[in-house]
Design a protein around this ligand. Sequence first.
Ligand SMILES: [Fe+2]
Length: 398
Amino acid sequence: MNGIYNASPNQFEFQQAFHQYIILTRIISGPGCVSEVGAHAEKLKGTHALVVTDPVISKLGLTEPIIESLQKNNIETIIFNEVEENPHWQTIDKGGQIIKENNCDIVIAIGGGSSIDAAKSMAMMGTNEGSILDWEGIDLFPNDPIPFMVVPTTCGTGSEVTRGSVITESSRSRKLNVGSDRMRANVAFLDPLMLANIPASVASATGVDALTHAIEGYVSNIATPLTDSLLIGAIKLISDNLRSVVADPKNVTTTLNMQFAATIAGMGFNNAQLGIVHAMSEPLSPVAGVPHGVANAILLPHCMEFNLNGRIEKFAQIAEAMGENVEGLPKHIAAEKSLDAVRKLVEDVGIPSGLADVGVKEEHISPMVDQAKVHGLLNFNPRRVNAKEIEDIYRKSL
Ligand SMILES: [Fe+2]
């Protein structure tokens, strides 16, 4: 089966065909590898680059080695450092306009999921008319985007190897998805030095987002042995390395391992898709202002508990991959140990355990249920789910 989730607002259409596996991005990794950005931009025939980032990354000077590398290769550079958390459609349209006005022929994202998603959509808007709102859905725009490269500065999004970008329409308190295989990054640079000063709260939230991608993809109902082997590997890598990255991101070995884990999880979930956690966490940002990774981290154990009976064997394998001793245990007891492992990890990296701790209120629940209950990702969840069950999980998570 090939899962394709498609189009209309928050209502992805699921088509079944054959399985497929796609990865179109060249991945360069190692401490200092961003010095190669300019050479790769040149290979992609770039002459005028738009560097897309956020004000914090820009202020920290993380853009400097990349700009230096671009200059070394005689590539003119414009910096757009206005990407906000959960980027708004107006920001994308502004970036697209800058590309058109300055004849930019390559886009480089430096940052976390917000900057990567924003840059991915800007590269598309650089060659297409109208607004990003006109192209909501999968592969609906006519013109190929300009080349696009990514330098992640967090260890969570996986957006460096996925085809989609998530954009916020705040006037309607919702997110929209724009994606295409034509929007995938040409090159991704996994450089642990870019994470050397990552705040602990960002490392933990993005790291648990990667864990959520890996677990949801692993138990998805369109998983294959190909995606399974990637995703169980990512779960193990995250379990083994995330605590260390939160404690000391300057350790290049464990930090690079986490960067690989986030990318591997992206390679897996972009083909196996996600499930109820992301369907429920997506409304938490526009409705209640909760960062994506934190929302996932709080919902994850509750949603795993809900899904447990749908994938007993796989949850037992997750427990084992996360270091739980499951030898000789009945499968359902071993499966329950995956909940213990996730709760321990989330607690160890300092993420609050309840939605109330991050500002979610009773009155937020009803609008969030309305969005989550029609979310297309529920098609891939290993257990069917109704609105009442979604409401119960939100309440339990408070
Ligand atoms: Fe996510």
